[in-house]
Design a protein around this ligand. Structure first.
Ligand code: CTP
Length: 392
């Protein structure tokens, strides 16, 4: 997806990562976008406006008090013909300003006076990122509809390691491209399950599996980018909910089933979760003590959430995932027919857990369609396009 013809206002705030915004500006222009840069006073201490002027080909906005343009109301006009405002890097201080609706410099005023989507790419020291006020401000921004891109984990300019590093310029361009993608699921309600389930044995132990939840979260984000209203019913993972996606947290398969049924009706149900097939029949009320005699657990089968949803009279378009270690196509096709699914995504079980990439095979009534190995975000976007082609 090219960004040709798109107008972007790139806001740069004060942080070491401002140097990466120069590369971001260059990449955005390379994809065909037109870029206007607005810098805070602190940003100008890290990189000079002249650098951004040269890279964007336009004068850089730095102050509210420059009356040289038009009627002197740059804070109103500068966002009137843009498609997005992207603030990268967004410092902790700038996020705080945005969350409180302050407008004490040009960039914050532009954000306040905007009528276009606002995306922010936070960049800060890991302690500043995890500080309670920053997290409060982020929650407020997300509730206000601001898209938060990143941050990533990694080594920081201060020498510490942790969450807070700005996403790389190429990743930010990919996010904007996804935002610009055709909204093939606009107006649709999409329900996604993700992650493992946890079936308790006693108050401190349980049965679970190694699903990371990454694929399900990527599918939820891709559905959101395609314009859908997305609910993500998630088992225990350490992932952050994609912004703009409503997440319902569950532990057991029974809780996942209840949460899914409560979210129906939906247009599409994508069951990515690795639901435990069995639960412990009688959960011990107290911590089990070890015994030389060993331990015998009686397991009862869990309800099959996907099969139940697919069998309903008001069934959404149901998509299953099947991880197999052998005879991939034959087992997966049998599963699709058994659960009566219009679409099933088959992958090798070895790819399911932990890896960042996967090779997928989409099976529907028309046959099979290979999605060659790629990262999970790319695969999720391709899957969403395929689902949309079925719906439309
Ligand atoms: N699924 C579900 N509820 C369950 C079990 C599975 O909704 N109790 C969904 C999964 O989210 C996935 C698909 O069904 O979309 C997987 O089907 P399943 O037959 O359970 O696959 P496996 O667990 O891989 O089956 P098996 O162990 O028999 O290979």
């Amino acid at each position: 997806m090219s960004l040709s013809g798109k107008n972007i206002l790139l806001g740069v705030t004060g942080g070491v990562a401002a140097y990466k915004a120069a590369e971001l500006c260059r990449l955005l222009r390379k994809t065909g976008a037109s870029v206007r840069v607005a810098m805070t006073e602190a940003a100008c201490r890290f990189v000079t406006p002249l650098t951004f002027q040269a890279l964007s080909g336009k004068p850089v906005l730095t102050t509210m008090w420059d009356g040289s343009e038009g009627d002197g109301m740059a804070h109103i006009h500068a966002t009137r013909d843009v498609d997005w405002i992207l603030v990268a890097p967004a410092s902790a201080d700038f996020l705080a300003k945005l969350a409180h609706g302050r407008g004490d410099d040009l960039l914050s005023t532009l954000c306040l006076a905007r009528s276009v989507p606002l995306l922010v790419a936070p960049a800060m020291n890991q302690a500043m990122w995890s500080a309670a006020p920053t997290q409060r401000n982020l929650a407020q921004l997300q509730a206000d509809g601001v898209r938060v891109l990143g941050p990533a984990v990694g080594e920081q300019a201060c020498g510490e390691t942790g969450l807070g590093r700005m996403l790389e310029p190429a990743e930010l361009v990919a996010e904007l491209r996804a935002t610009a993608a055709p909204r093939v699921l606009a107006g649709r309600r999409v329900l996604v399950t993700a992650g493992p389930t946890f079936e308790p044995i006693d108050p401190v132990r349980g049965l679970t599996n190694r699903s990371s939840g990454k694929m399900g979260y990527a599918v939820a984000a891709a559905a959101r980018d395609a314009g859908a209203e997305v609910c993500l019913v998630s088992g225990p993972t350490c992932l952050a909910a994609p912004s703009g996606v409503r997440r319902v947290d569950v532990e057991t398969a029974a809780e996942m089933r209840s949460a899914v049924l409560a979210e129906l009706p939906a247009d599409v149900f994508i069951a990515v979760a690795a639901v435990a097939d069995y639960r412990v029949e009688t959960v011990a009320a107290h911590k089990l003590k070890k015994s030389a005699a060993g331990l015998h657990l009686d397991l009862a089968p869990n309800p099959d959430i996907l099969a139940e949803v697919a069998a309903r009279a008001d069934a959404p378009f149901c998509v299953g995932f099947a991880a197999e270690t052998e005879n991939l196509l034959a087992h997966a096709e049998a599963k699709r027919e058994h659960k009566k699914l219009p679409l099933l995504v088959a992958n090798l079980a070895q790819d399911t857990f932990g890896l960042e990439s996967a090779e997928l095979i989409l099976l529907d009534a028309a046959g099979s369609h290979l999605l060659p190995r790629a990262d999970k975000t790319t695969q999720a976007r391709a899957l969403i396009r395929h689902i949309a082609s079925h719906l439309n």
